[in-house]
Write a new protein. Structure first.
Length: 666
């Protein structure tokens, strides 16, 4: 019998191996958790067993997942997407469940009429299976769309609307499925009691809870303790989960309500950052326990059934979603893409299936084949999405025509334009740039993926068209070969790198200016071919310094020269800064920073020349040297280091640590 520590170590090793393998294969980490769960589970290597303690801990993964989903459900967002969420999304979930139950009834009748043995599934099991099938993978699909820059596309908005409703539909399904095992009279009584409890509890929490939550989080935030803030988040999430569980509902429902309450406060984004580690780790543990339930013996014995249960639901769901999207006035190509992106199973499908199995609604003989088919459908999703353009072109001739019309529209607007500026993205920065270009009578062509913004700006007479700047066809139609410059006006490094690669291949003489948030990706973008990179944080601090210098009496000509020198030096004078405890986030650990090291009398480098330290070889630059007497000078390689000297260094956190070790201990 393994000790608790051995069991924890086993789960950690398995999780690390699974996630590393998936990252290497560019697959979602969730699939890695499922696979290692199968491998270490009782039906394979039998290294671990699905103990009650581990199972209960894994449930917290679902709790934190529901909390994060609750953070996304604010009323303004739902209101703006109500047609897609409550129209397309509701129709998809209801019809998927209804279709599964109808298919079950048909098969039961066929078996009763023609087969010698009965159909081995209850209508309750069919309902649970339909609910699980109705779910799609938010984690996989959103990640893929973000990488392909499709979140704001027409099919991307529809996919997000359906995913939002699926996540919302989990809440009543978590209440409904446990009650399905009761008799008809008990079922009605259980459901009525559960929904009355849920309605009363939700009304109390949502009506008065928002004010209490904002008041309490404000008090906690004023203490300025990150530890206290995280502890309160855990208390709120698990406390409300405990409250709903003791009210006869589910842990996940309370966590969902907690997320909704926090979403209405100004602390939402901080909470998302703080809760993410708990959410990711515990959800990974949940997926490992799901994988441990998969018995591969019946899967191999009934491989044809698994193949059918993988293929038929994916095809049926694809067809249903595509038809519904078409009914909600989507063009044929958009409808087909929406169906392809939502055809797979999802993480909440595992949650609902596990819930049904725990309450005896889904027979044990069905569990492994269903789990295997769901995992296979999710494994196929990245490949389906990558092939979606080819599939849509083959199935819909009008989609090819619409894309041709779109490119023709861009080309027609730019055909008489030359020596112009192509603006990638027409948000606030892109529009401000366009206005400045207009004042100098410089032509421009803007590409944007927000149809509402494009429609309004084009109606106002501005030169903007709907198009994806990260696609070669759009850039060429916008006149890339004739352009004077390309400007990436939105701070997305992945998209900027795609655009830089396309410009470098097809119009290497055209300069490209890229906007970023800070200087973390500055060298990477320059290496990719960016002519200029404008980091907002540094440019903002430069303007702040310029105004401050002018107000304290420095001549304006000198202020302008200082700002120009900083820009000419590609911001090298302003890059890096002294980090405090609040700055050491995971993202900033690899950024360039400043550090100061004062040499004690026993330091190994005392009496040696600065050049002898060879700090540049470990990626560290010496910016200044302050002697023990207080005099500060520019670094001189011939200077001898003395006790009390302070060196101001620039480099990453790791490089600065190495430099400190070298200077102090040799």
């Amino acid at each position: 019998m393994a000790t608790t520590l051995e069991l924890v170590l086993l789960y950690l090793v398995a999780a690390v191996i699974g996630v590393t393998g998936c990252r290497w294969l560019r697959l979602p980490p969730m699939l890695g958790y499922l696979v290692v769960g199968v491998v270490i589970g009782p039906n394979a290597l039998a290294l671990a067993h699905d103990s009650a303690g581990v199972k209960y801990l894994a449930e917290f993964g679902v709790v934190f997942l529901m909390f994060v989903i609750g953070l996304e459900f604010n009323l303004p967002k739902l209101r703006s997407m109500r047609t897609l969420v409550f129209g397309l999304g509701l129709s998809q979930v209801v019809l998927t469940v209804a279709g599964t139950v109808a298919g079950h009834l048909l098969l039961a009748w066929v078996y009763h009429r023609f087969a010698s043995r009965p159909w081995q599934m209850s209508w309750q099991g069919a309902f649970t299976l339909g609910a699980a099938m109705a779910m799609s993978s938010t984690a996989i699909v959103v990640k893929l769309m973000a990488e392909r820059l499709e979140l704001e596309s027409e099919h991307g908005r529809r996919v997000m609307g359906v995913l939002l409703f699926q996540d919302l539909a989990v809440v009543p399904l978590l209440v409904l499925i446990p009650a399905l095992g009761s008799s008809a009279a008990e079922l009605l009584q259980s459901l009525t009691l559960a929904f009355v409890k849920a309605a009363v509890l939700l009304t109390i929490l949502l009506v008065g809870g928002q004010r209490v939550m904002r008041w309490w989080l404000t008090i906690v935030a004023r203490r300025r303790s990150e530890e206290l803030f995280v502890l309160n988040l855990l208390l709120i999430t698990l406390g409300l989960a405990w409250l709903t569980e003791h009210a006869g509902l589910s842990l996940a429902l309370g966590a969902f309500v907690a997320g909704m309450l926090v979403a209405e406060t100004e602390y939402k984004h901080q909470v998302e950052t703080d809760i993410r580690p708990f959410h990711d780790v515990l959800l990974g543990l949940f997926f490992i326990t799901i994988g441990m339930k998969l018995d591969w013996h019946p899967v191999l014995e009934h491989w044809l059934l698994v193949l059918l249960m993988t293929t038929l639901p994916v095809l049926a769901k694809f067809g249903l979603v595509a038809l519904l999207a078409r009914a909600f006035r989507a063009p044929p190509g958009v409808a087909l893409r929406t169906g392809l992106y939502l055809a797979q199973a999802g993480e909440f499908g595992f949650v609902l299936l596990a819930l049904g199995a725990d309450h005896g609604v889904v027979a044990a003989s069905w569990q492994s084949p269903i789990l295997a088919s769901m995992v296979l459908s999710m494994l196929a999703t990245p490949f389906i999405v990558m092939a979606s353009d080819r599939i849509v072109m083959r199935l819909s001739s009008t989609d090819w025509l619409l894309q041709s019309v779109q490119l023709t529209t861009i080309a027609k607007r730019s055909i008489r334009t030359e020596r112009h500026v192509i603006i990638c993205g027409y948000g606030r920065s892109g529009q401000n740039l366009a206005r400045m270009l207009d004042t100098q009578h410089i032509p421009y062509m803007a590409l944007d993926l927000d149809p509402d913004r494009v429609h309004q700006a084009a109606a106002a007479g501005q030169s903007v068209v709907f198009g994806d700047a990260a696609r070669l066809q759009s850039l060429m139609a916008a006149g890339l070969a004739r352009a004077n410059a390309v400007v990436v006006s939105y701070p997305d490094t992945a998209s900027a790198l795609k655009i830089l690669n396309l410009v470098r291949e097809h119009a290497p003489a055209v300069p490209v200016i890229v906007r970023t948030i800070d200087d973390s990706d500055l060298e990477r973008l320059r290496a990719a071919g960016a002519t200029e990179v404008v980091p907002e944080a540094i440019e903002g601090s430069l303007m702040l310094a310029a105004h401050a210098l002018a107000l304290v009496g420095v001549p304006m000509r000198q202020v302008i020269r200082l700002a120009r020198d900083a820009r000419d030096a590609r911001y090298s004078l302003l890059r890096g800064y002294f980090h405090g405890a609040d700055d050491d986030t995971a993202d900033e650990m690899h950024q360039e920073r400043l550090g100061s090291i004062t040499l004690p009398p026993a330091a190994a480098s005392i009496g040696e020349r600065l050049a002898d330290q060879a700090l540049h070889s470990i990626g560290v630059s010496v910016l200044s040297l302050r002697s023990a007497t207080g005099a500060t000078a520019a670094p001189d390689d011939a200077a001898r280091l003395g006790a009390g000297d302070t060196l101001v260094l620039s480099g990453t956190a790791e490089a600065l640590a190495l430099a400190e070790k070298k200077l102090l201990r040799g």
